[in-house]
Structure formats: C-alpha cells, structure tokens
Design a protein around this ligand. Structure first.
Ligand code: GLP
Length: 264
C-alpha cells in the first residue's frame, strides 16, 4: 500500500485528479480499449472532480472512451432527489465532462428486483473488461462504498442495511434529519472494489484519522473494510496531514520517505 500525504485536501485532490488523468491518457495512447473507472460520492471527491472537469474543459483530458461504474446508491430514494447519488454525480461530474451517457453506470436503488440489479451490475463490470482504477472515499468508521463494519472482505454487489452511525453522519445532507436518510443501499462489495487493477482512496480531515489508523496499521479485518486494501497489489491512499494524525510517527515517516525517494 502507498500512502500519499499532502498538506491539505486541495493539494491531495489535485494530486489524485492528475494521477487519474495520467492513467486515462496512458491507456488511450496504448490501446483503443475503454478505460474502466470506478467512482464514488461524498464530499471528499468534489475537489478532485472539479479538477478533472477543468482539464476536460481546457482540452487536456477526455472521458469519451471512459466507462464508469459508481460504487453505490440509496434504496428507495427517487433518482431526481437532490441527495441521490445519481443527482450528485451529474451535479459534480457528468454534466460537465464528455463521457457518453451510455458509458455511465449507477446502481438503480429503485429496481423492483434489487438482487437482479446487483447481479447485472457485476456482469456489466466484467463485460466492460473489469476496472482499471477505482476511486473511493472512506467513512468515519472505515467503510468503503457502503460496506459497513463486519461486511465480508469477499463481498460483491448487494443490498445492505446502513448503520445508525452512517445514517447520522449522512443526515447532514438531509436537513440534519436522521429519519430522512434511507435505511438501505445498493453497494459494490469490498471484493468488487479490490478486483480493480488499481485502487485510489481519498481521505481528508481529522474525522478520517481513526479510519486511516485502522486501515493502515490495524489487521486486515471486516471491522474496518478499507483494511482489505492491505491485500491489494496496487492500493494508494491519498490523504492530508489531518487525516494521518493518528498514525504512529514511524509509519508517517516511512510513507514520507518512500514518496521522497520515489520522486528523485
Ligand atoms: C458514504 C459513501 C462512501 C463515502 C463516505 C464518506 O458513506 N457511501 O462511498 O466514502 O460516505 O463520505 P464523505 O466523503 O462525505 O466523508
């Protein structure tokens, strides 16, 4: 696992956007096959999306040959609801870039048969060629996508029940009203994320410090589903000084030294 530590979220977000853009360009220069990208929601990726949009508008990057799959969606929330992940993604990314509409995939939280929806999603990912890169965030309790604590690290796309903690944290998007936050979601599994050739996780701010400590220094465990990244050959966490506040000094120094050595 690599841990890229930047001074603040603005610098970390720029790093991530340029890294992703570099990967998309690199594949486009090599092959005509599409770049398959996993995407996330939450407040964390917004600055990264803003920089990707800037690059597209400046003609520095194109999403024409990108196929994307989002991580998750609430169950039972109309797509048109401002806090649905459909609305979020269009507002902060898709409405501003050149990714063809047919290349955009987001789980349908209003599907009649949610199990069939999840199975079809896994099939569509395989049909697209599998993920080249999955961009994710992390919840305060270490959850990746909506894989709450004690989700199997072998899990695949499925219906999940959200924890009280997650609903309380997400209430800020629903007028601060916990009761308005849906109780269930559809989410890709931990194993779905880890099936990607590469995984990049964003984590900024002191609220993520415990999650990063557990994910980086703790055992690989269903207690903190992001810790599954420890078993991935190409996992990177992009974070800021505040979010690594709970790491051991030695771990912090190690990641800083690796980055410095590799930049020379
Ligand atoms: C939700 C999403 C996760 C996201 C997390 C953190 O639970 N399902 O994918 O990583 O929120 O959100 P934020 O970036 O707002 O802290």
């Amino acid at each position: 696992m690599k841990v890229i530590i930047r001074n603040n979220s603005a610098e970390g977000s720029l790093w991530a956007a340029h890294y992703i853009a570099g990967k998309i360009r690199e594949k486009a220069a090599r092959t005509s096959e599409p770049f398959v990208l996993g995407l996330c929601t939450g407040s964390t990726p917004i600055e990264t999306y803003a920089e990707l949009i800037r690059m597209v508008k400046a003609g520095e990057l194109s999403f024409k040959n990108v196929i994307s799959f989002n991580m998750d969606e609430y169950v039972g929330l109309p797509e048109s609801h401002p806090e649905s992940y459909h609305s979020f993604m269009h507002r902060y990314l898709f409405d501003h870039i050149d990714e063809p509409a047919e290349n955009i995939h987001i789980l349908n939280g209003n599907a009649e048969d949610t199990e069939a929806e999840c199975a079809a999603y896994e099939e569509a990912i395989v049909k697209a060629g599998g993920f080249d890169l999955f961009l994710g965030g992390v919840g305060e309790d270490g959850h990746i996508a909506f894989n709450e604590p004690f989700s199997s690290l072998e899990s695949r796309t499925r219906v999940v029940t959200l924890t009280q903690d997650t609903r309380e944290v997400n209430a800020r998007f629903f007028d601060g009203d916990f009761n308005q936050v849906p109780k269930q979601a559809l989410t890709v599994g931990v194993a779905t994320v880890l099936s990607s050739k590469e995984v990049v996780i964003l984590a900024f701010g002191s609220k993520k410090a415990r999650a990063l400590k557990d994910a980086i220094e703790g055992p690989m465990s269903h207690y903190c589903t992001l810790s599954g990244l420890q078993g991935h050959p190409a996992g990177t966490i992009v974070c800021d000084e505040n979010s690594v506040g709970e790491l051991k000094v030695n771990s912090y120094r190690y990641f800083k030294a690796v980055e410095e050595a590799e930049s020379k």
